[in-house]
Write a protein that binds this ligand. Structure first.
Ligand code: SIN
Length: 306
């Protein structure tokens, strides 16, 4: 029965063979997971966030467990866009999956330069990260103000010759304001949600657990927030949405699609079980088959609000 469901979806004109991609920062560039299963089983990979120059990230400790999730303050550790293009992209291109490059910049111009390089190198889609909570320059500063979010989007679009998807922060009062500003500036798609700012404290030392004091919360705890925000954004814009936040099984992914996502990303759950993206794909397919759907895309926006 499940083989009757057409799993392919489209995200900003990019065809994904199935709607499950892996979220940036939880899958590296696929090298380690690629030893466990064929990356071409995935619809796509959002690569670890890239910056113009290599970054070591924040000092440790930068990961802490929480009930139903983790806090991270990694700080965009990455080898830099040029090394990605030279070493990682050719490796990824050996597999049949969409390659989505996640990028961050200190200035709008830096986003533009990175978009130019990645377009020329031939990624399928660029995910513009304006929502990293763990850096002093750029990051959340761009993702929480509609005019700055629009400015970064406009510069990215001007330099990119591949579709641009903007990754939104949940750390705002009204996410639809940012979504509309970014759509107005020409974004081809949106991805949401990035992590929620949080903090843990060691009561004996009275020190925060993370060296940066605060970090971004991800994992199953954030799923209902993600579903709510995808639903709100889907009602406010026309461009497609890559939904993410706490997806660990097919039902979670189905909720995000019913809320309005065209595709979903699996992130933190990969740390528990590297095979979760494949289990999510299969679970999603079973739900669609049980509901007699011919296409997985028939789930998108299908919620029936009271
Ligand atoms: C990080 O590297 O700090 C995480 C990236 C992000 O949350 O956008």
């Amino acid at each position: 029965m499940t083989e009757c469901v057409d799993l392919s979806v489209e995200l900003a004109g990019v065809r994904l063979k199935n709607p499950v991609v892996v979220a940036s920062g939880t899958f590296g560039f696929g090298r380690e997971y690629g030893q466990l299963y064929a990356l071409s089983e995935l619809g796509g990979i959002c690569c670890k966030g890239l910056t113009l120059h290599p970054r070591e990230g924040n000092p440790p400790p930068r990961i802490a467990e929480t009930p139903m999730g983790i806090l991270n303050s990694v700080g965009l550790q990455n080898p830099g866009v040029d090394t990605f293009i030279a070493r990682e992209l050719p490796e990824l291109r050996r597999h049949d999956l969409a390659v989505i490059a996640n990028i961050s910049g200190n200035t709008p111009e830096e986003y533009g330069v990175i978009c130019g390089k990645l377009s020329e190198a031939g990624v399928d889609l660029i995910e513009v990260n304006i929502s990293c909570p763990n850096v002093k320059a750029g990051g959340l500063a761009y993702g929480t103000k509609p005019e700055l979010a629009a400015e970064v989007t406009e510069v990215a679009k001007r330099h990119a010759s591949v579709p641009v998807m903007v990754k939104l922060s949940p750390n705002v009062t009204d996410i639809t304001e940012i979504a509309k500003a970014v759509e107005g500036a020409g974004a081809d798609a949106l991805s949401l949600i990035n992590t929620l700012r949080g903090m843990r404290i060691d009561v004996n030392t009275r020190r925060p657990i993370l060296h940066m004091n605060t970090g971004g919360l991800s994992g199953p705890a954030v799923l209902p927030v993600a579903v709510r925000m995808v639903w709100e954004v889907a009602g406010a814009v026309k461009i497609p949405i890559l939904g993410m936040g706490g997806v660990a099984k097919g039902e979670d992914a189905a909720q995000l699609m019913l809320a309005g996502a065209s595709a979903v990303a699996v992130g933190t759950a990969c740390f528990d079980d590297p095979f979760v993206p494949l289990k999510v794909r299969d679970g999603l397919t079973e739900i669609a088959a049980a509901q007699g759907l011919a296409r997985i895309s028939d789930l998108t926006g299908g919620v029936k609000p009271w």
